[in-house]
Design a protein around this ligand. Structure first.
Ligand code: PLP
Length: 414
């Protein structure tokens, strides 16, 4: 419950995560303009592809128009055909799952574990028991925190399934010293405006398979054959990155480390500032992984949740002394001109995907989701969604701004 506070709203909005520009971006864009490389070929594209293969440690990179288009072409490479089931992270942005549908496949959503908020290896194992024919697993690293890759890789190997790695949010995060983007047969990253570095838009496909890389190059440029005229033997797409956008990415790339450092400081500051509250931060494997800390999130302890309900488009809560909930914190921060956001609403709860299977450790996760009571369900994703919130995590937020946000959150629990 919020006491009245002697705090005035932020004059300048505090964003969840907004682009942080440095200046070199403009130089590379200007160069593209002045040399007339204003298309989907040019030196900026060549340079970013080279830089990313080297940084992530992969043999091939193809710069594309978005992370979503990169996932789409990865799904095509994985030969997902109409009617094929594909295992997919459940607690993620819908761009992880939609490309499965573009190809006519059916996403089978796999529940989430509490240690990293990513795909639960135990639920994945269960899913292979139920659907042993599945050959493709699409896996995201949520909010820049690497998933339990050893377990997931070993399960996939046992079942001869390949991993399409959605590292859209996790550029620069490492698992056992290996960069995310180097943990799937086909991997992707995103340069969307709110990611850790941005091109304003854009994505990248990564692999060690030359044939696959060449196919992505071809498909993304309308599948032109090597002929003097436009000759087409396959379905093509207009998915290539623009040389102008590549200039923005190229100018941002040297600042990736700095951005991660800033994001980590933000996370640690929240962790310290909120340590006396009945909440925890989004967790990660401190021994085996190094997140990029793209978004700092909190989850309210079960016993300290005030009543909260969400319909398809609205939320209500009932204020209670000593307790709070994501909706209350969200609304208070909004009132003070700071942007937070509920945890990604799990895919299995999206009306669009209501008919798709959802597998938890116990098996069919569709069995008891209607009777949800915090802490009394097998549905971990729903529980994290119910109790969790992404906090303002913008690089440009000052420690002073952040202290105010921490104060506001504390006051929700008074
Ligand atoms: C941002 C994002 C994408 C999509 O990337 P775009 O470049 O916006 O198409 C895919 N998956 C996840 C998990 C994302 O956060």
């Amino acid at each position: 419950m919020l006491k009245s506070l002697n705090i005035s709203p932020f004059e300048k909005k505090i964003w969840l995560a907004s682009p942080t520009m440095h200046g070199e971006e403009l130089e590379y864009m200007r160069e593209a303009f002045e040399t007339n490389w204003m298309s989907t070929v040019g030196p900026n594209i060549d340079a970013v592809e080279k830089e990313f293969t080297k940084y992530i440690g992969r043999k091939y990179a193809v710069a594309l128009s978005s992370g979503t288009s990169a996932i789409h072409l990865a799904i095509k490479l994985a030969e997902v055909k109409p009617g094929d089931k594909v295992f997919c992270s459940d607690l993620t942005f819908d761009a992880t799952a939609n490309p499965i549908k573009y190809e006519g496949g059916e996403a089978v959503f796999i529940d989430t574990e509490y240690d990293t908020w990513n795909m639960d290896p135990k639920a994945l194992e269960k899913a292979f028991e139920i659907y042993p024919q599945v050959k493709v697993v699409v896996l995201a690293h949520l909010y820049g925190t690497p998933a339990k890759m050893d377990e997931i890789k070993s399960i996939c190997k046992q079942h001869d399934a390949i991993i399409v790695e959605d590292a859209a949010e996790s550029l620069g995060a490492k698992y056992k010293g290996v960069e995310t983007g180097n943990l799937g047969k086909f991997s992707i990253i995103s340069f969307n405006g709110n990611k850790i570095i941005t091109g304003s838009t854009g994505g990248m496909f990564l692999t060690d398979d030359l044939k696959a890389a060449n196919k992505v190059r071809k498909w993304s440029t309308q599948a032109r054959e090597d002929a003097p005229w436009y000759q087409h033997e396959e379905l093509g797409y207009n998915y290539r990155m623009s040389n102008l956008i590549a200039g923005v990415v190229r100018g941002q790339f040297p600042y990736l480390k700095e951005h991660i450092e800033q994001k980590k400081n933000i996370y640690m500051r929240y962790k310290e500032g909120l340590k006396d509250l009945p909440i925890s931060m989004n967790p990660y494997d401190e021994v085996n992984s190094e997140p990029n800390f793209w978004l700092s999130c909190l989850i309210v302890d079960k016993d300290y949740m005030c009543k909260q309900v969400r319909s398809d488009k609205e939320a209500l809560y009932k204020s209670e002394p000593g307790k709070s909930c994501p909706t209350e914190i969200f609304e208070v921060l909004k009132e003070y001109n700071a942007e937070s956001r509920p945890i990604w609403k799990p895919m299995h709860l999206q009306p669009f995907y209501r008919m798709n299977p959802f597998i938890t450790r116990a098996g069919n996760g569709r069995a008891n989701t209607n009777a949800y009571i915090a802490g009394e369900t097998e549905d971990n994703g729903l529980d994290i969604y119910h109790r969790g919130l992404c906090l303002p995590s913008d690089n440009k937020m000052t420690p002073k701004d952040q202290d105010i946000i921490i104060e506001l959150i504390k006051n929700c629990f008074v």
